[in-house]
Ligand binder design. Structure first.
Ligand code: FAD
Length: 447
């Protein structure tokens, strides 16, 4: 028998929000004082600050510092209920959303829907690469990558065969966007600085780190000048940067790429491979686009109206990484500002005295882009202003601390960065038994 959709018993306007990431959480906060009842649904129990996942993956900070509990963040907001469950279906004609947690299924009826389910990794049709080259989108990914990296060093310590040892100490990062560049810089510092003198079977310069990208420069959104600076900084750290390198295969033991200039095929033997080359919007995007009769692009992003509604459905909004609108990039600020915007529009719609435009177009204010290359070194692009090095690094620190949710997390992260800047040690290099699954992959790969 079909379930009667859950609705708030007080009869208030019911807003269902899918996703407690940057877009969802900001929409919910914007509606704090509105006369609405909100159900926020997320498959994770925490709000993840993705821009710092690479620091979890390389042991600088702990997982909890960038993933505060969603319930705790919203503890002081009375008009929101949090549901920890995965949305498996949305029906925009019936105005229902179905969520599931470990077999428990519940359907919610809504008056307004905000979809902010973000994006996952894309392997451009080669999903089998994922087993050997995990992406970095979730805490699980970051912890698994940390385990793979550290396990590779530990195995190398025991390996007598020089060829196998070299393979264990070879790390290939695919994708030279901000995530790939940041992760590469941190792996290089981990190998050369943190691990210096801690292994007896090999020296700190034994690790080989490759950064591959099919594009002709690193950090394409930052322009040629900053891209060149970032590349030089990585090369000074000993990273082998290979551009115009289109990856064609990833196996247990190796990565193969085609040099787009010379057509040459090159294979690099490596135990640890990490994928940061592409994104695909949540499949909920295509589901909704098909129902609304609007287009979704190859990355699954939905063509939304200027006010972030979908097709004729004026009560369905999409924000953040799932939208295709005016070539907006998939960055945190697009999601934060989009969440605030739709919160404002919903408030205007239900407030009968409001004279605000209920269909006001979304206008994105570009606050610039930044990426850290290594300790004390970053690149910043703010409109036409570009700078790099230490001043950029300080700006990055300040801004990221500002945007991390919660006083406690902010303080802990600031403290860990300070310690990391002046000490070789990192406080989060532990691998749990559970994460040793990754080590088993490496075991199997080598035999
Ligand atoms: C490693 C990494 C580094 C980055 N660095 C930067 C950076 O330096 N600067 C920058 O501006 N941007 C950066 N970004 C991009 C930025 O994090 C995203 O643009 C931003 O998170 C998008 O916000 P969102 O709300 O659309 O999605 P998200 O923040 O991804 O939130 C989506 C939420 O939806 C939930 N969800 C998904 N599907 C379902 C479902 N079916 N049911 C229930 N819940 C669901 C997820 O659990 C998640 O909590 C980075 C991204 C990554 C992965």
């Amino acid at each position: 028998m079909a379930q009667t959709p859950h609705r708030p018993s007080n009869g208030r306007h019911h807003v269902v929000v899918i996703g407690a990431g940057f877009g969802g959480i900001n929409a919910v906060k914007k509606l704090k004082d509105a006369d609405v009842e909100i159900t926020l649904i997320d498959k994770k129990n925490h709000h993840l600050f993705q821009p710092m996942l690479y620091q979890v993956a390389t042991g600088v900070i702990s997982a909890g510092e960038i993933a505060p509990s969603t319930r705790q963040i919203l503890r002081h907001q009375d008009n929101v209920s949090f549901v920890n469950g995965e949305v498996t279906d949305v029906n925009i004609k019936d105005q229902t959303v179905t969520a599931e947690l470990d077999g428990a299924v519940r359907t919610y009826g809504y008056d307004s829907l905000i979809v902010a389910a973000g994006a996952g990794q894309s392997y451009f049709g080669n999903d089998h690469f994922a087993e050997y080259a995990p992406g970095m989108k979730t805490l699980d990914d970051a912890l698994e990558i940390r385990s793979r990296i550290i396990s590779a060093f530990e195995k190398a310590e025991l390996e007598e065969d020089p060829a196998k040892r070299e393979k264990l100490l070879t790390f290939v990062i695919v994708g030279a966007g901000p995530t790939g560049v940041e992760l590469t810089g941190q792996i290089a510092e981990l190998a050369q600085r943190t691990f210096a003198g801690t292994y007896s079977n090999f020296g700190s310069s034994s690790a080989k780190i490759y950064l591959l990208d099919g594009a002709p420069q690193v950090l394409p959104p930052f322009g040629k000048r900053l891209g060149r600076k970032a590349q030089r900084t990585l090369e000074k750290l000993g990273v082998d940067v290979r551009l115009n390198a289109m990856v064609t295969d990833v196996t247990a033991d190796a990565v193969t790429y085609k040099n787009m200039k010379t057509e040459e095929e090159v294979t690099i033997e490596a135990a640890t491979k990490i994928w940061s080359a592409g994104v695909a919007a949540s499949p909920l995007g295509k589901l909704i686009a098909d129902q609304a009769g609007v287009e979704s692009d190859r990355a699954g992003r939905v063509s939304v109206n200027e006010d972030l509604t979908v097709g004729e459905y004026k009560n369905v909004y999409i924000v953040g990484d799932m939208i295709s609108l005016n070539r907006l990039p998939g960055v945190a600020q697009v999601a934060i500002q989009g969440g605030n915007h739709v919160g404002k529009l919903i408030e205007a719609k239900i407030d009968e005295e409001s004279t605000a435009n209920e269909a006001e177009p979304f206008e994105y204010f570009d606050k610039g882009s930044m990426a850290v290359i290594s300790r004390f070194n970053a690149v910043v692009k703010l409109g036409k202003t570009e700078f790099a090095g230490f001043p950029a690094w300080i700006s990055w620190l300040g801004l990221h601390i500002f945007y991390i949710v919660g006083f406690r997390s902010r303080t802990l992260v600031a403290l860990h960065w300070l310690l990391n800047a002046f000490s070789r040690d990192r406080g989060n290099l532990e691998i749990t038994q559970q994460q040793r699954v990754a080590r088993n992959v490496i075991d199997r790969d080598l035999h």
